[in-house]
Write a protein that binds this ligand. Structure first.
Ligand code: SAH
Ligand code: SF4
Length: 350
């Protein structure tokens, strides 16, 4: 059966080439054509013989997605894409422009099992994991759309990367392979809701990629309410795992903090957040919630500003980075949800 060539790392490509009697250096030529030259047809792999091109064509796809939808924020140019996968499932990817950065935000699963209350993806449940190739294809397609390379890639789209660990790491390896997509390893950030075994494995394996943890509350009771997975992995253990990661890797960890009025956005919360994180070399990313569910509303602008001031004011190793565009252009899973509603309406009216 034909499969995506993006699912193969260089070792597997060498193995395939051996099976058709081709030398291993061809793997580098293929990687170069796929990831550096962005060829979208095997016919254009001019460094290969016609015969090899035909064999590749018979065995592999170069692209498997169909674009289903696209929106661009009029305020800050954030672009959001909805792709239809080979089996009909749909996933989202986003491009965020901020100063000189062009960040590609990609999905790791179709849906998510973890059911965070403020997250549209959580409402889908988990449908399946993405393959490494499906993770990578999002990046290649977005690059083709805008004709520009990303400066950063974040695994902050649909899904929990640590629950699709192997495919996530394999995709990040290809995306940072100097013979592959060649993005700097630290420019690739894996974001987790706090799956402690995943963080520990990431630490033990000395993964070179950056790590973000979606903290979202400093209080176990509240965190359990908004992120049910927190019942399994309480905050103190999560902070220990985060600290161990920073010590072993000598890198900062990023804490994501989605501001939800009534849940985690008070001045007392801000102060506790500083206390909780001050022993850990970290950055804090504060994001006012964007949800269509009135229960999970963002705080007022003034409250957000006060929160930011309180956590920034302390002379500690905390930097504040606000992810622009997120709040304006709809958060992860929301384009999917809109598209589903539209499709339901259309099929009803048929
Ligand atoms: N599952 C992983 C990665 C995907 S979610 C994780 O939870 O970290 C990526 C980020 O989007 C998380 O930090 C999450 O808290 C945030 N997010 C989810 N829903 C949001 C919303 N409605 N508004 C703002 N941020 C949201
Ligand atoms: Fe899953 Fe992350 Fe959404 Fe939580 S925030 S439901 S972990 S995608």
């Amino acid at each position: 059966m034909k499969k995506s060539i993006l699912d193969l790392n260089i070792a597997e490509l060498i193995e395939f080439l051996a099976s058709i009697g081709e030398p291993s250096y061809r793997a580098n030529q293929i990687f170069e054509a796929v990831y550096a030259q962005h060829k979208t047809s095997f016919a254009d792999f001019t460094t290969l013989s016609q015969k090899t091109r035909t064999i590749l064509e018979e065995h592999f796809y170069l692209r498997t997605f169909v674009q289903e939808d696209e929106i661009t924020s009029t305020l800050d140019k954030t672009q959001k894409f909805l792709w239809k996968l080979k089996d009909g499932y749909k996933i989202e990817s986003v491009i965020i422009y901020e100063n000189k950065r062009t960040t590609f935000c990609i999905s790791s699963q179709v849906g998510c099992a973890l059911d965070c209350k403020f997250c549209a993806t959580g409402k889908m449940g988990i449908l399946r994991n993405l393959s490494p190739g499906e993770i990578i294809e999002q990046v290649l397609l977005m690059q083709e759309k805008i004709g520009k390379e990303p400066t950063n890639i974040v695994y902050m789209g649909m899904g929990e990367p640590m629950l699709n660990y192997e495919s996530v790491i394999r995709s990040a390896q290809v995306l940072s392979d100097p013979k592959g997509f060649a993005l700097g390893k630290r420019r690739i950030t894996i974001s987790t809701s706090g799956i402690i075994p995943g963080i520990k494995r990431f630490t033990e394996e000395e993964q070179p990629f950056s790590l973000a943890i979606s903290l979202n509350s400093i209080d176990d009771k509240i965190r359990q309410k908004i992120m049910p997975i927190s019942k399994k992995y309480p905050i103190d253990e999560l902070m220990e795992a985060a600290k161990a990661y920073t010590e072993s890797s000598n890198k900062l960890v990023t804490f994501e903090y989605v501001l939800l009025d009534e849940f985690n956005a008070s001045a007392a919360d801000a102060k506790k957040l500083v206390q909780l994180t001050h022993r850990i070399p970290c950055k804090i990313n504060v994001i006012p919630c964007n949800s269509e569910d009135a229960e999970y509303a963002p705080p007022s602008k003034a409250k957000v500003a006060e929160f930011e001031l309180l956590i920034n004011d302390k002379n500690r190793r905390i930097t504040l980075r606000k992810r622009k565009g997120w709040e304006i252009s709809a958060a992860c899973g929301q384009l999917y949800a809109k598209n589903e509603k539209k499709n339901q309406k259309q099929s009803k009216s048929k």
